[in-house]
Design a protein around this ligand. Structure first.
Ligand SMILES: NC(=O)c1ccc[n+]([C@@H]2O[C@H](COP(=O)([O-])OP(=O)(O)OC[C@H]3O[C@@H](n4cnc5c(N)ncnc54)[C@H](OP(=O)(O)O)[C@@H]3O)[C@@H](O)[C@H]2O)c1
Length: 182
């Protein structure tokens, strides 16, 4: 059985990065990082775009697919061990995971905008952390559909996901998490 789960921290206005594509310190949080890194320790494989990466000391051990249009389908990644470059237009997720040698289990989707959006019809769960004190005007949204008329919650709800109760990750920093489930 394959599960697909997404992980993100957004600003109050639903952004994952600033206009230059950099993740500002205002949405970085230690408690959220602990939750995120621990969750990634038990996934079968991670999927992210070419400009994203979870970082941290355990990253090299994790199997990953890096989405890019620079190759036709699937290719070795000279930069990272345990990784493959993957063009979703040229190979299915299942084929890419098989080529990666990923065991059965959860696929962790960690961004950015286009990659989060591509998996919207498929998420079994999407873990939405929010740094309520941060705003990133003109930033990169978590999903392409987020804008003046749609919050991340609106988009998740449109795609059939339902919120679990909100949990506090860091009260002083006003960082909370809601796991949306299908
Ligand atoms: N707050 C958070 O939780 C969070 C989460 C994730 C990322 N971020 C931040 O967001 C920023 C990067 O986000 P981003 O959205 O700009 O970049 P991204 O998704 O990491 O990378 C974009 C690149 O991924 C490839 N790509 C994306 N969608 C694809 C598709 N459907 N098919 C094939 N290739 C695809 C393309 O690579 P090619 O150009 O090679 O074709 C594209 O240029 C970074 O600052 C990162 O730290 C924050």
């Amino acid at each position: 059985m394959r599960r697909i789960e997404g992980y993100v921290i957004v600003s109050a206005d639903g952004m994952i990065a600033d206009a230059k594509g950099e993740m500002p310190d205002s949405i970085r949080n230690e408690a959220d990082q602990r939750f995120f890194q621990n969750a990634l320790d038990s996934v079968a494989a991670i999927v992210h775009g070419r400009h994203s990466h979870e970082g941290g000391p355990r990253a090299a051990r994790r199997k990953r697919l890096i989405a890019t249009r620079q190759i036709a389908a699937i290719a070795p990644d000279p930069a990272y061990p345990n990784s493959l470059l993957w063009n979703p237009a040229g190979a299915t997720l299942d084929d890419a995971l098989a080529a990666l040698g990923a065991p059965a289990g959860t696929v962790g989707v960690i961004g950015g905008t286009e990659v989060f959006s591509m998996f919207l019809p498929l998420y079994d769960a999407f873990h939405l952390s929010r740094a309520a004190h941060a705003n990133i005007p003109g930033g990169r949204p978590v999903f392409t559909e987020v804008g003046p008329n749609a919050t991340p919650e609106d988009v998740l709800s449109r795609h059939g996901l339902k919120p679990s109760p909100r949990r506090e990750l860091d009260a002083r920093a006003a960082v909370t998490i809601v796991s949306w489930k299908r």
